[in-house]
Design a protein around this ligand. Structure first.
Ligand code: KIV
Ligand code: ZN
Length: 388
């Protein structure tokens, strides 16, 4: 029997930590509404204690979002947690996400705290957060570089204190898939009350493996929440990309056997909105949301796709919100693709010979011009020259 994978979107928090990606309150509200349309389970709307602007943005989002849970990040201290609780007060469903670092390096150098102090502070933070909501998530920052026995001790303690979700970030994108999956699996095994919490993965993309690591955390490690962002936006090289993780789990349901509540037809709109607001351009060959993700340029592929789309498509463009796939006419295109485009444009050829002649002229033009647009084809058949 399949179970459910919770999609936790952090575009408005970790995504905004991308240098140059800061957003106004109004822009954040627009994105939050689109995330709700996408049916994400949790929207991390910001980090309430980080600024008054973030506090107000979270409060506004908490007032307008009805379907998704609205969440605020908070360090494991009283001030941050109270601020998060206040910002989330208007929300129908609210979550406080509190964190503290657990790796030797972060504890010694950054926090200057002993492991026992970290443990104590984590427990205290969860207990205080529970005064504002029963939905408390705990993150062990730099979790993947932490020592397993200590990390398991912290996880067990915060579960006992009442945390419902335990998130193990690969904060610096150091993991590789099988090792991260096994780390999550071993950690759960070493945590006696592991079944009382949902385990979550949060992977950064420094080595380009955020999506692969997250999938391993799910498949091998048993995580049932993935933290991700639209277009993979995020600190440094970014976070796990929402569109890739969702479509991987959906397209390979045969392997993952998990339900995802996302309305995938809203993915492209979400991607465009985030790109337009942040000014971060989506690369053309980006999986799912890049302009070329469903474009076919080679003659062999075009011929195959025109006969049956599954020959070269593992999901449809329409599934993720594109209006159609794209046959790019150019020098690699074959006669079949050209003929179909003529038909689609309502252009009739009186004979096979006329079609062959026009196709030849199309090929000559394509040798000089990378992409042939519909206007070029109109120009070719009307004898006006080469257009474009
Ligand atoms: O990458 C990270 O460790 C984080 C935590 C604050 C969850 O973003
Ligand atoms: Zn992060």
């Amino acid at each position: 029997m399949s179970d459910r994978l919770i999609i936790f979107d952090t575009t408005l928090r970790d995504g905004e930590q991308s240098p140059g990606a800061s957003m106004t309150r109004e822009e954040k509200i627009r994105i939050a509404k689109q995330l709700e349309k996408l049916k994400v389970d949790v929207i991390e709307a910001g980090f309430a204690a980080s600024s008054n602007g973030d506090f107000e943005a979270i409060k506004s989002i908490a007032s307008v979002i009805k379907e998704s849970t609205v969440c605020s990040l908070a360090r494991a201290n009283d001030k941050d947690i109270m601020r998060a609780g206040d910002a989330l007060a208007p929300a129908e469903r609210r979550r406080i996400h509190t964190f503290i670092a657990t790796s030797p390096l972060h504890m010694e150098v950054k926090l200057r705290m002993t492991p026992d102090q970290v443990l104590e502070q984590a427990i205290k933070a969860v207990k205080l957060a529970l005064q504002y909501t029963d939905d408390v998530e705990f993150s062990a920052e730099d979790g993947y570089r932490s020592e397993l026995p200590f990390l398991a001790k912290v996880c067990e303690a915060v579960i006992k204190a009442g945390a419902k979700t335990i998130n193990i970030p690969d904060t610096v994108g150091y993991a590789v898939p099988s090792l991260y999956g096994e780390f999550m699996r071993d950690l759960r095994t070493m945590t006696p009350n592991s079944d009382k919490a949902v385990w979550s993965v949060h992977c950064h993309n420094d080595l380009g493996m955020a999506v692969a690591n997250s999938l391993a955390g799910v498949a091998i490690g048993g995580a049932r929440q993935v933290e991700c962002t639209i277009n993979g936006l995020g600190e440094r090289a970014g976070n796990c990309s929402l569109e890739e993780i969702v479509m991987a789990v959906k397209t390979r349901r045969d392997f993952f056997d998990l339900d995802v509540g996302i309305d995938t037809t809203q993915i492209v709109s979400a991607s465009r909105l985030v790109s337009n607001i942040t000014g971060f351009v989506v690369q053309p060959n980006k999986a799912i949301v890049g302009a070329n993700a469903f474009a076919h340029a080679s003659g062999i592929h075009q011929d195959g796709v025109l006969k049956a789309r599954q020959t070269y498509e593992i999901m449809t463009a329409e599934d993720v919100g594109w209006s159609a796939n794209k046959i790019v006419l150019g020098k690699l295109s074959g006669r079949n693709a050209f003929k179909q485009r003529l038909e689609a444009l309502g252009i009739e050829m009186d004979s096979e010979q006329a079609l062959n002649d026009t196709f030849q002229r199309f090929k000559d033009l394509a040798d000089r011009k990378a992409e042939i647009f519909d206007e070029d084809i109109h120009a070719l058949v009307s004898g006006d020259g080469v257009g474009g």
